[in-house]
Design a protein around this ligand. Structure first.
Ligand SMILES: *Cc1c(COP(=O)(O)O)cnc(C)c1O
Length: 396
């Protein structure tokens, strides 16, 4: 048996998405900038995809820019708002300590260029409050960027309320909604969102394609110079097959959010209940305000990498947190941000489900994790010291 439980890292493409792509690799392969019929057919498809994406998100299609994915959209959103602020003499940006690195590293770069960055503390439950944002805004603030849902611990931020605070104070509000789009109901207009990033491969679309939404009146700064594609804001021949796959995947996902989220969150809660039986374990992130698919635990006295390798032997494909930090020995910045000490943050496990996950798989995963955790503890000197009282448990 193999179980894919790493849907927060990427998802398997849906049949619908694959089938939506095929004609644009085969028959309608024209360049949408070409004037002949096969080019114009591709251009019509591009327009239709843009409208389809806008309809799913509750925004104006003219605000949609197709990008190479979530990282590019985050970079371009933040750099654009920063340049706009700079022109008005505003160089203060507010974000949180547990954003994706596409956001945090872009902010680091701006800090080196003289911007002042405030990273809000995240509460132990993995949430920030609109009041924290309101308190941090000053006359110099040109951008607030807060992720919609966290990719490691799955917590869902009060986006509508944060957006309302920003709107009232006249500050641009960007949200990295890569984990949320296709999984939660999102309405850009109603939720006071000025800019939003999404990525197709997180909702069963293809990899290497995403969207940056920016409302009217926010000019984008180019990351890539060249032709006049995407209203001159993102040069390069459009990846039509990927864009068509993304639009189809998004429409499919958004059309069944209620049923899939009910189904997946029931499995999530079963998995959380099972893993909570492991002694000295703790669920990371709020139990209620979290993505339907996300389960994230810390186990005391465990090293996350060994846990993953042994789970892989048992056919369970999991993650210790973010795919982007795997391979590095640093503990997750997200777990540190919610106050987990280093040694605890090292023993983390993220299982992210999809609508293909079954009850049998959940039962199997509970047994597999229980087995592997007890085995690793049985050979761990750190665990022996904890049990013998030579050191103190952090997780009770
Ligand atoms: C996956 C992810 C990204 C990066 O998206 P790519 O399309 O892989 O570049 C950004 N932010 C969050 C929250 C993510 O989960």
């Amino acid at each position: 048996m193999t179980i894919y439980a790493d849907n927060a890292a990427t998802t398997k493409m849906s049949r619908t998405a694959i089938e939506a792509m095929l004609p644009y690799m085969d028959k309608i392969y024209g360049n949408p900038s070409s004037l002949h019929s096969v080019g114009q057919k591709a251009n019509e498809a591009l327009t239709a995809a843009r409208e389809q994406v806008a309809a799913c998100l509750g925004c104006d299609a003219r605000g949609i820019t197709f990008t190479s994915g979530g990282s590019e959209a985050d970079n371009q959103a933040i750099l654009s708002a920063a340049r706009l602020g700079q022109r008005k003499g505003k160089k203060h940006i507010i974000s949180t300590a547990f954003e994706h690195h596409a956001v945090l590293h872009t902010l680091n770069r701006l800090e080196k260029q003289g911007f002042e960055i405030t990273l809000l503390d995240v509460h132990e439950n993995g949430l920030i409050t609109p009041e924290q944002v309101a308190d941090a805004i000053c006359p110099d603030t040109c951008l607030v960027t807060v992720m919609y849902a966290n990719n490691e611990i799955g917590t869902i931020q009060p986006i509508r309320e944060i957006g309302a605070v920003c709107r009232e104070k006249g500050v641009i509000f960007h949200t990295d909604a890569v984990q949320a789009v296709g999984h939660l109901h999102i309405n850009i207009r109603e939720e006071n969102i000025d800019m939003l990033s999404l990525s197709a491969h997180k909702f069963h679309g293809p990899k290497g394609v995403g969207v940056l939404y920016a409302r009217k009146g926010i000019p984008l700064t180019n990351l890539i110079e060249g032709g006049a594609q995407e209203r001159g804001k993102r040069a390069g021949t459009e990846n039509i097959p990927a864009i068509m796959g993304m639009a189809a995947a998004l429409q499919e996902a958004c059309g069944k959010i209620d049923s899939t989220s009910a189904q997946i969150s029931a499995l999530r809660d079963k998995l959380i209940a099972g893993l909570s039986e492991i002694p000295h374990s703790v669920l990371n992130g709020d139990a209620v305000r979290r993505l339907p698919s996300n389960v994230n635990f810390c186990f005391e006295g465990i090293e996350g990498e060994s846990l993953l390798l042994l789970l892989d032997d048992k056919g369970v494909y999991a993650s210790s947190g973010s795919a982007c930090t795997s391979g590095s020995l640093d503990p997750s910045h997200v777990l540190l941000a919610i106050g987990r000490p280093h040694e605890i943050a090292h023993g983390s496990l993220r299982l992210s489900l999809s609508e293909e996950t079954t009850r049998e798989e959940v039962d199997y995963m509970i047994d597999a994790v229980k087995d592997v955790v007890s085995y690793l503890r049985s050979i761990s000197p750190v665990w022996r010291d904890l049990v013998n009282g030579k050191s103190n448990f952090v997780i009770q």
